[in-house]
Design a protein around this ligand. Structure first.
Ligand code: GDP
Ligand code: IMO
Ligand code: MG
Length: 423
């Protein structure tokens, strides 16, 4: 029995939530392996859009188990809001959601530290979602963090208060005034713990191993995207976790021998929120059109997303690092009315042509484009691959030839039903 891994191959928001929801029917268990409420995973069915931040995107399938892995960081306040929304829909998430005892908790002061650090950076800010992600993972690596299992400790209150005091000292150094916001946040945070405590805390590594012995199928769900990975993104304009396939092994405690398919989600164009390099970014009318037609506004922060053409240099890098076996292509329908479509096939860095990603985040990159014709047809109603226009199939064939990877899934709209499987 194998564990398949699903993850984003660009800068996040590729449509992971939608594809996980669609694929959930094929699996017994959906397990989120990293990130936290910086993620916003949207999915749609019966005409209603749902956005998940911490909870795996398989939660709407009542008979499927969902796991929040040890690699995830949890803000109890946001978790409670998500759970309340699910309960209001008539779901009973305590029955099909479990949390790793080793997952770290985002504390109220982590969020304030995020704000203080970003404010200090001024123009060179990362554009963080300000959900406390960086400071929480910092405490994790500094070995000072608070974990879900600490909620069961008699010393929890003391551990919590000690860490809050340490954070206050740092906030003081940054002249960050927390006197008004912290008491309220602290109260809300503690109250939200009662919701967290309703869930079963597990050792996800044992649990997943047991599932595998029972021949159960598991889908590991990633957050963010490969180009935001702590190691391989354009550092420092990255998030603080490993968003790549390797992150699934550490974020869930998997035996690599069980790795099955790696499904890479690719948006037909690129978007990015926050700062950092974006070689194919468009500042013109076409960029505006992608933003408007693609509804490219952050699912977590509402910020307008930067938009640009598909970048095959970056995509090939992501395919290589993740060992992607299958591409799920999303949002090509957004370009239905485009006369022509550009795809970046190489970079010029300092006048030299290259197919490699530069490491320096300040490298001046000039994208080299191949122009393909637009298909100029509404593909959003197509139900089978055969129904798709030939020009669009040629566009897919071009991507497959360039990347040497099969496009196995084509998403043609936000709804569950707007999905074409090629096999
Ligand atoms: P995630 O973070 O990767 O889960 O992606 P987001 O949910 O942040 O952003 C993707 C957006 O595109 C959401 O609003 C989805 O509902 C929407 N979406 C997903 N797939 C498609 C698609 O194939 N076509 C269109 N038009 N929208 C899509
Ligand atoms: P999903 O899972 C897009 C970006 C932020 C910022 C950088 C660091 O929905 O694809 P952080 O809050 O982690 O300190 O922010 O990473 N970022 C995302 N961009 N989608 C996401 O998640 C993101 N999560 C973080 O905008 O540039
Ligand atoms: Mg998102």
């Amino acid at each position: 029995m194998k564990i398949d891994i699903l993850l984003g191959l660009q800068w996040g928001d590729e449509g992971k939530g939608k594809v996980v929801d669609v694929l959930t029917s094929k699996y017994d268990v959906i397990a989120r392996f990293q990130g936290g409420p910086n993620a916003g995973h949207s999915l749609e069915f019966n005409g209603i859009r749902h956005v998940l931040h911490i909870i795996p995107s398989g939660i709407f399938h009542k008979e499927k188990m969902n796991i929040i892995g040890n690699g995830v960081v949890i803000d109890p306040i946001i978790f409670e809001e998500e759970i309340d929304a699910l309960i209001a829909m008539g779901l009973n998430p305590t029955e099909n959601l479990q949390i790793s005892k080793k997952a770290h908790l985002i504390m109220p002061t982590h969020k304030l530290l995020d704000a203080a650090y970003e404010a200090k950076k001024g123009k060179s800010k990362i554009g963080s979602t300000l959900k406390g992600i960086g400071p929480t993972y910092t405490d994790k690596t500094a070995r000072t963090g608070l974990r879900i299992c600490d909620l069961e400790s008699p010393n929890f209150e003391e551990k919590y208060q000690n860490l809050i005091n340490q954070h206050k000292e740092i906030l003081d150094q940054y002249h960050f005034d927390y006197s008004e916001v912290l008491p309220e946040l602290d109260k809300k945070w503690k109250a939200a713990l009662s919701t967290v405590r309703k869930f079963k805390f597990i050792d996800s590594e044992y649990e997943i191993y047991d599932y595998l012995q029972e021949e159960k199928t598991i889908l590991a769900e990633g957050a963010q995207g490969t180009l935001l990975d702590l190691e391989f993104g354009a550092y420092p304009f990255v998030t603080s976790s490993n968003t790549i396939a390797a992150g699934a092994f550490t974020g869930l405690g998997l035996d690599p021998h069980y790795a099955g398919k790696v499904i890479g989600i690719v948006k037909a164009y690129c978007t990015r929120v926050g700062s950092g390099p974006f070689p194919t970014e468009l500042f013109d009318q076409t960029g505006e059109q992608l933003r408007a037609q693609g509804n490219e506004f952050g699912a977590t922060t509402g910020r307008p997303r930067r938009c640009g053409w598909l970048d095959l240099v970056a995509l090939k890098y992501a395919l290589m690092i993740n060992g992607v076996t299958d591409i799920a292509l999303t949002k090509a329908d957004v370009m239905d009315n485009f006369d022509s479509i550009n795809i970046c096939t190489a970079y010029k860095v300092n006048g030299e042509l290259t197919s490699r990603m530069p490491t320096a985040s300040d490298a001046v990159i000039e994208p080299v484009y191949t122009t393909l014709p637009g298909w100029k047809e509404d593909i959003s109603k197509c139900k089978t691959y055969d129904e798709l226009p030939q020009v669009f199939k040629d566009y897919i064939a071009f991507i497959e030839k360039e990347t040497n990877t099969k496009v196995s899934i084509v998403s043609v709209g936000p709804d569950r039903d707007a999905t074409i499987f090629r096999d």
